[in-house]
Design a protein around this ligand. Structure first.
Ligand code: MN
Length: 726
């Protein structure tokens, strides 16, 4: 049950919401109010007031200054429960929803990042903050939170006052400016100024106060003829003369090197027109210049060319009564709203007042637009804008070293990227990493705000696998360079071992012959071989003295492959293709390149997606794997029965290249059961004879008999069925 105090506060908040928000869910705000009140019930602020007064005031600031929606107001009420009470993120999700829980979580996190680190790297901090924010309402609640903390700063120690005021000046003020939140920006700036330079602040305050009466009289005098003329024209408007905020006066004094008394534009007269017709602004400008003489070069048309944060207005300086210069600003009501409330005001002029998620996205786009369409006049802000752009795209992360320095890394960066960013040596000797105090795998993706510590060891060297997960080009290059260097070292080492062994064994071998040996041992090139020697996986002396296995077939050449293809397709064609359940397989089919089945092999069909049926050998390793995944896609196929008919096979013969060899071979074949030779193909290389012979056979028994007879020919080393399987 509410005490009357809280009932009054609640009523007040709802009233402000009704005034500024249009449609909103009062139940949600009520629920958040009750929840926060209960969560903070035992806590007090530094001022001695109930802690709940703080989130309440923050919600009120949102409702008054940046009225966006009920969700941001509820989030403002709840913004400190994760940090200061036992309430957990899950509880918030259950009680409210994920959106609100995430906003509160976001506010807590960016608060923590700012508190735990020195804000001297202000530029990077602004980037860091934005990169952490996925919902722009997080920033709005944080602005309001900071504003209320600044308003109540007097209760803190002097040290804290200075630290918080500095932070405000360095981070929050430029932020608020960028978001077009002029009111909040001015108040933050003046409050920070008050604590950072109390004497200067007090001096300006006193002087403004002392000259107030005089100034107000002057403003009245200046305004009177303008009012008269605007009334005659029948225009609806509001006109006011306001002193500029303290810090901007202070800046003018410092920048222009003048005294307070010499600053003429201590105030500006502002005319707000109740019209949406922007040309009225130019009309009013014309009227004013008929009354007061304009100062040349002091007309700024921010209507035609808005400021980068969306600000629109006409500014002119005229010579007012008593020859004093006066600045006059002319704008429509809508321009005024945008000027005061920035991004939040944007909604007031949209069809629906309560933005949907899609509209929030559009809002982000809109901000992005502002940043992208910044004019050249804003040169000074270029860098900031650049960084905002990046972070709205969320493609950078900001992480801390153990000392609190910020490092910028691309999204997806890992501790290894971070290590190389710090120093190549750190990268080379990195054995592990701690993120926020916990040991993590080296391929862990870092997040903005993480504190990263790299563990190193002198004995550690880069790992080849790092190359797969690092994202920075620096890390990638360094790892590649290192791998290359290591490889070169190994090659040199291997080369030395080989030449030492050759010397010791007194073997003379030219490079070509060595390469032949190396190829026979299935190495692609000499470097691969040298590396294997250096790593010890090959005993070089044994390798050099070991007689190569004669039956070891040389590497399959392209030539051989082509020849086999030719033979296989003839053989398949001649036998009449494959059968399914005794009938010709007449759907799209082809023969697997992995096992190259030919007539005589036991075969199976595999139904592929889009490529018809693939015919494999029954014992194909590839097929085995496919079968284990897609059992249902295997079909039984066979070659036509050749009983009584001949089918074509090829045999491969390797032997000594001696005179009469070919004759011996062909005689042997022809004499075995009158076998017909279809084609012969042979080549010789280093006195070795390689031949393939295709023949017509009746069955496998017939083939085996021929093979046995061929093996008996002097000088023949191997005879086998010609097949190519990978
Ligand atoms: Mn707070």
């Amino acid at each position: 049950m509410f005490s009357t105090r809280y009932q009054r506060m609640y009523n007040n908040l709802i009233e402000v919401c009704k005034r500024n928000l249009g449609n909103f869910n009062e139940n949600l705000i009520r629920k958040a109010f009750d929840f926060a009140l209960e969560a903070h019930k035992n806590d007090l602020r530094a001022s001695g007031e109930p802690y709940f007064d703080h989130p309440y005031e923050v919600a009120l600031i949102i409702a008054k200054e940046i009225p966006l929606d009920d969700i941001s107001i509820a989030s403002a009420l709840l913004h400190d429960v994760l940090e200061d009470t036992e309430i957990t993120y899950e509880t918030l999700v259950n009680h409210f929803d994920k959106t609100i829980a995430e906003i509160v979580d976001g506010v807590t996190k960016i608060g923590g990042v700012i508190r735990d680190h020195d804000a001297s790297q202000a530029e990077n901090y602004r980037k860091l903050l934005l990169s952490m924010v996925k919902d722009i309402r997080v920033i709005l609640v944080k602005f309001a939170d900071r504003l209320h903390n600044m308003r109540t700063l007097e209760f803190l120690s002097r040290d804290k006052q200075i630290r918080i005021a500095k932070e405000t000046m360095q981070i929050y003020v430029p932020f608020a400016h960028r978001f077009g939140l002029a009111q909040i920006r001015w108040e933050l700036e003046d409050l920070a100024f008050k604590y950072l330079d109390p004497d200067a602040y007090e001096d300006i305050r006193k002087k403004l106060k002392a000259t107030r009466r005089e100034r107000e009289a002057y403003i009245k005098k200046t305004i009177a003829p303008i009012k008269q003329k605007l009334d005659e024209e029948g225009l609806k408007y509001e006109i006011e003369g306001r002193p500029k905020h303290f810090y901007s006066i202070y800046r003018k004094i410092v920048n222009r090197g003048k005294s307070f008394e010499e600053i003429y534009d201590l105030f500006a007269i502002r005319i707000i027109l109740d019209t949406e017709n922007i040309y009225e602004c130019y009309n009013v400008l014309g009227i004013i210049t008929q009354i007061y003489r304009p100062v040349p070069d002091r007309l700024h048309d921010y209507i035609a060319i808005p400021k980068s944060n969306g600000y629109q207005s006409l500014h002119t300086t005229v010579v007012g009564p008593e020859g004093k210069m006066v600045e006059i600003q002319i704008r429509t009501r809508r321009m005024h709203e945008v000027a005061e409330r920035g991004v939040a005001a944007h909604w007031k002029y949209k069809a629906s007042y309560k933005p949907s998620n899609k509209e929030i996205e559009e809002w982000v786009d809109w901000i992005r637009d502002i940043f992208e369409n910044v004019s050249n006049r804003d040169e000074a802000n270029r860098d900031i804008i650049e960084s905002f752009k990046l972070n709205l795209y969320q493609d950078e992360i900001y992480v801390f070293t153990p000392k609190g320095d910020l490092k910028v890394l691309p999204k997806g960066a890992t501790p290894v990227d971070f290590a190389f960013q710090i120093h190549t040596k750190v990268g080379f000797h990195c054995i592990g990493a701690k993120v926020n105090g916990k040991i993590v795998p080296l391929d862990t993706k870092l997040n903005s705000g993480d504190q990263v510590e790299i563990l190193t060891s002198k004995n550690q060297t880069p790992n080849k696998s790092w190359e797969k997960f690092v994202v920075t080009s620096k890390a990638k290059q360094e790892i590649r360079k290192w791998i290359k260097q290591e490889e070169n070292k190994k090659v040199e080492e291997g080369k030395n071992l080989v030449s030492k062994a050759l010397k010791k064994l007194k073997i003379h071998i030219n490079n070509d012959d060595l390469l032949k040996l190396v190829h026979r041992a299935k190495f692609d090139n000499l470097n691969e071989f040298y590396k294997a020697v250096a790593s010890g996986s090959i005993d070089i002396e044994e390798f050099l003295t070991h007689k190569p296995e004669p039956e070891k077939s040389p590497v399959v050449t392209e030539l051989e492959k082509n020849e086999f293809e030719k033979f296989a397709s003839t053989a398949r064609e001649q036998i009449g293709g494959v059968l399914i359940a005794g009938d010709k397989l007449d759907v799209l089919h082809n023969y697997a390149k992995c096992c190259n089945p030919i007539p005589g092999d036991e075969i199976l069909g595999f139904v592929t997606r889009g490529e018809g049926v693939k015919i494999h050998r029954k014992n194909c390793k590839n097929l085995e794997r496919l079968m284990s995944i897609h059992q249902g896609r295997i079909i039984d196929v066979s070659w036509p029965n050749t009983d009584g008919n001949y089918f074509i096979v090829a045999i491969k013969i390797v032997g000594e290249d001696r005179p009469g060899m070919l004759n011996d071979i062909s005689q042997t074949i022809v004499n075995t059961q009158n076998t017909n030779i279809k084609s012969v193909n042979l080549q010789t290389h280093h006195s070795i004879f390689y031949g393939t012979v295709s023949i017509n056979v009746k069955n496998l028994e017939h083939l085996n008999r021929i093979i046995e007879k061929l093996k008996k020919i002097p000088g023949i080393e191997t005879v086998e069925r010609f097949e190519i399987t990978n």
